[in-house]
Design a protein around this ligand. Structure first.
Ligand code: AMP
Ligand code: ZN
Length: 485
């Protein structure tokens, strides 16, 4: 299969650039992952879903990937929380790390090749600090080690931060920073109280600063830099600027990152969703409101990653309706062509023979290759929905299996990115509930609606939802059901 050429907006140049990995059979991608001290909120999850779309789009484009996301399992918040609870850092972070992976699984996020943990990479961090020391970029104060940014002339190149007002020797000790305030940052913190988690190393007894973790883990996994580095836009400065300073400060002759991609924020009422502001939803909050995982996945990935997305439950409902429109068309095609449960092989590389489908296929993949333009790709999905529905409306009697077969393959291909659509007849039953009973309820609801007894119809729908069954009404007047995951 020939490679699809991609274009990405590189934060380093501020421009769209043709993507040129060093080796397209081993594209290296590193993403800043979660700090495991609580449930992720759906803002964090937006940035993880962005990584999943990036992965799925490049795979569809024919690239072979070697991808990592780190787990920050040591930082100020983690230390403070574990001390408060009188448990070890490991005991404290374990359930949150598990919750993170569970969330990814629930949202059909593909597994990456590596998930390096900060606490398992301490030796790599020590080695990096030693290299920086030998390059004259480190100084000590009160037992802590700091990076001297005045000694690194390229500081500010990535984030375009103004370093002119920078005061020499002014330092930040904490892992959290004032925005745009340029100071020397801590590489290694010495142990202040006996309770604090501490490693006994060649550079002292203490623990790493947050920025050091990512630079060291990239080197640990890849031996050098990466083709793509991603993170939320809030990480551009100082976190990523500091990663560049550490990695290029230690290895000035190497390229650290080819392409920097930054995902915009999920907002609530115009403000960044964040733990500290308290304006956040976790996945559990969303499910408690009756939404299924597919709806939230679809909603969060359907906006362009470089656009802010203002979150509201109403918008989530709108997304769900749009998603159901696509799903109902898929069911219609499967039904018309009796194509249920038939998984086409090699659909990723399928050449379409029907000109309309050929065009939609090209539009879809080209939109993704254009800096992951999912909204544009979705427009071509809705074009497919329109074309297929028109075809089915016009040809109810004479069904052309090759058209339907190709349409389904295209939907399968589209689902390689979205990962929310179903292609199987829903035969699963829940504990204590038979499919016959569900179908009977659907029939009763239909009769209630025909009698304009909408309160009974609503009651039946609610009762089913309470039992974990979600109903969807198709345009053709059919009602389908599925299990809420
Ligand atoms: P954290 O667990 O706080 O280290 O954050 C994990 C990832 O979520 C980082 O890439 C952040 O930039 C990203 N992130 C945090 N808040 C938001 C938000 N409101 N919208 C999108 N991404 C976010
Ligand atoms: Zn990072």
């Amino acid at each position: 299969m020939s490679l699809v050429p991609f274009v990405f907006h590189n934060s380093k140049s501020g421009k769209k650039e043709t993507f040129r990995p060093k080796d397209e059979t081993n594209v290296t991608i590193y993403s800043c992952g979660p700090t495991v001290y609580n449930f992720a909120h759906i803002g964090n999850i937006r940035s993880f879903l962005f990584v999943d779309v990036l992965r799925r789009a490049l795979l569809l484009g024919g690239y072979k990937l070697n991808q990592s996301m780190n787990i920050t399992d040591i930082d100020d918040k983690i230390i403070n929380e574990s001390i408060k609870r009188k448990i070890s850092v490991e005991e404290f972070t374990k359930p949150w790390t598990e919750a993170f992976f569970k969330d990814l699984e629930t949202l059909h996020v593909q597994k990456l090749e590596h998930y390096p943990k900060a606490t398992e990479s301490i030796e790599d961090m020590v080695g990096l600090v030693e290299k920086l020391q030998s390059n004259g970029l480190v100084y000590e104060k009160d037992g802590n080690l700091y990076f001297s940014i005045q000694k690194f002339s390229r500081y500010g190149e990535l984030s375009k931060i103004d370093v002119s007002g920078m005061k020499s020797g002014v330092r930040y000790d904490a892992d959290e920073y004032e925005k745009d305030d340029v100071r020397d940052f801590v590489l290694w913190k010495n142990q202040k109280t006996d309770e604090e988690k501490c490693w006994h190393t060649r550079i002292g007894n203490g623990r790493p600063g947050w920025h050091l973790e990512c630079s060291a883990m990239i080197r640990k996994v890849y031996g050098s830099g990466v083709d793509i580095h991603t993170g939320g836009i809030d990480l551009l400065f100082p976190h990523h600027e500091n990663e560049v300073a550490q990695s290029l400060g230690a290895y000035p002759e190497e390229e650290f990152v080819g392409t920097w991609l930054h995902c915009e924020h999920l907002l609530v009422d115009g403000e960044k969703m964040s733990k500290s502001k308290g304006n956040f939803y976790t996945l559990r909050d969303i499910f408690e409101k009756g939404f299924d995982p597919n709806s939230i996945r679809y909603h969060l990935i359907s906006a362009h990653y470089r656009s802010k997305l203002n979150f509201s439950l109403n918008k989530l409902v709108e997304s769900k309706i749009a998603m159901d429109r696509i799903q109902n068309t898929i069911y219609r095609v499967l039904e018309a062509g009796n194509l249920w449960d038939h998984v086409p092989e090699g659909f990723e590389n399928w050449d379409f023979t029907v000109p309309e489908l050929q065009n939609i296929n090209l539009e879809f993949i080209n939109s993704l290759a254009d800096d992951l333009n999912v909204p544009k790709a979705l427009a071509s999905v809705f074009e497919l929905v329109r074309v297929v529905n028109q075809y089915l409306d016009a040809k109810d009697n004479a069904v052309d299996i090759s058209f339907l077969g190709e349409s389904i393959r295209l939907f399968y291909k589209i689902n390689e990115i979205f990962a929310v659509f179903q292609f199987k007849k829903e035969i699963q039953t829940l504990e204590g509930i038979s499919e016959d009973w569900i179908l009977e309820q659907i029939e009763l609801r239909k009769i209630a609606k025909q009698n304009k007894d909408f309160s009974t119809a609503d009651r039946i729908r609610k009762e089913l939802e309470e039992k974990g069954i979600l109903l969807a009404d198709t345009k053709e007047g059919r009602t389908t059901w599925k299990k809420i995951q």
